[in-house]
Design a protein around this ligand. Structure first.
Ligand SMILES: [Fe+2]
Length: 189
């Protein structure tokens, strides 16, 4: 079994300084959120530490990975450009570190969330958005809401994310809309 220090070293060896430091800050934010919402601290920390471990794959590495593990070729399509690294990481953490299914799902969909997310997935999604190194319009509101009402915080993040992508004329993955719909239906005002 890998322990957290060994996984940290392994993640370190796969990422640039920039992305490794981001991963550590996401892990720290996830720990705070897990304590606040009484979620499984270890699972939240490990999932957030590893969520971006395949983000620096080249196009060729993505293609090879998809062939090797017999994954859907659609993952290489433009609308999945921003989410493929979650998918590949979710396969790797299961094979390499034997992470549990809930951790696999949280990592796989950390860029968009997914309908009926559990608390682990909510924390990984949110910690990635609000970690201390991030700075963009509306982040203070997202940070504040994160510790008041996690569902409302994710709704706000998803709306801001969609708005930002639209402004940049970038494709938005349908899963983001599905997550938003699911949260809006289940959140009582
Ligand atoms: Fe990230």
């Amino acid at each position: 079994m890998w322990n957290i220090e060994e996984i940290k070293k392994d993640v370190r060896s796969n990422l640039s300084d920039y992305r490794y430091n981001h991963s550590i800050r996401v892990m720290e934010e996830a720990k705070r959120l897990a304590e606040h919402y009484k979620a499984d601290i270890e699972k939240c920390m490990l999932s957030s530490l590893t969520h971006d471990m395949c983000k620096e794959f080249t196009d060729k590495e993505n293609e090879d990975f998809i062939k090797k593990y017999n994954l859907p070729k659609e993952l290489l399509n433009a609308e999945n450009k921003n989410m493929i690294h979650g998918f590949t990481a979710s396969i790797l953490v299961k094979e390499k570190y034997n992470f549990t299914e809930d951790m696999v799902l949280a990592i796989r969909y950390h860029t968009t969330g997914y309908p009926n997310m559990d608390i682990l997935a909510k924390i990984v999604y949110l910690a990635d958005k609000i970690e201390k190194g991030k700075d963009y319009p509306c982040i203070e509101e997202e940070r504040l809401l994160a510790y008041q009402n996690i569902d409302k915080a994710i709704i706000l993040c998803l709306k801001n994310q969609i708005k930002h992508l639209k402004e940049k004329n970038k494709l938005i993955n349908n899963m983001a809309y599905d997550t938003l719909k699911s949260l809006e239906e289940n959140t009582i005002n």
